[in-house]
Ligand binder design. Structure first.
Ligand code: HEC
Length: 170
């Protein structure tokens, strides 16, 4: 009897484990992929999002940037809506500036450097103007100290625009 029960238990366990693993993997980004303080992750599919505006950063960073947004962000921009509604996500992509190999005066994106994210959730992030921040290098969040600088700079210079610098490119 004990052996039969043990055998049944074993079969049940062996059947369940793969499902449990699948469920665990389907949970998506783990906390290791989330930014400190805010718990922001790199949003899925952001490479397909619409462009809000490009930007260029002078030396020493020498970067090309593109700020893109999800549907909520684009709708808010097009409607001239401020503050941005909850659910807005803005992503700043950045690359090293590179000279075009085909045309010397043209600058093209080189190596990607960082992905920076702002997520609007006015309750969850009430202490930082309603925005959660995340900065990622190679898909991994940078340290907590860097995440402490985000809101301070955005607040000091872009407070009247709901802490967002980028305007919709004409
Ligand atoms: C010293 C100032 C400064 C700090 C610190 C800073 N930012 Fe920004 N951020 C800017 C500026 C200026 C822009 C406008 C685009 C550009 O010039 O790259 C910007 C743009 C952005 C954007 C696009 C939306 C917008 O406001 O235009 C995101 C997203 C962003 N920053 C995230 C972050 C995150 C995450 C951190 C912290 C890890 C951070 N920023 C720290 C100055 C700063």
């Amino acid at each position: 009897m004990v052996i039969v029960l043990a055998a049944i238990l074993l079969v049940v366990l062996l059947t369940c484990v793969p499902y449990l693993v699948t469920i665990a993997l389907a949970e998506g980004p783990t906390t290791a992929d989330a930014s400190p303080i805010f718990g922001v992750t790199v949003p899925e599919g952001y490479k397909q999002w619409e462009l809000i505006a490009p930007a260029e950063e002078a030396a020493p960073l020498d970067e090309l940037r593109a700020v893109v947004g999800n549907r909520t962000a684009i709708d808010a921009y097009q409607g001239g809506k401020l503050p941005f509604p909850d659910g807005t996500i803005l992503v700043k992509r950045a690359w090293k500036r590179k000279q075009s190999p085909e045309f010397s005066s043209a600058t093209i994106p080189g190596e990607p450097t960082t992905v920076q994210v702002m997520v609007k959730d006015s309750r969850k992030y009430a202490a930082t103007g309603g925005w959660g921040f995340g900065r990622f290098v190679n898909g991994k969040p940078v340290d907590e100290a860097q995440h402490r600088t985000c809101f301070a700079c955005h607040e000091a210079r872009a407070k009247s625009r709901d802490y967002v610098f980028t305007r919709l490119a004409p």
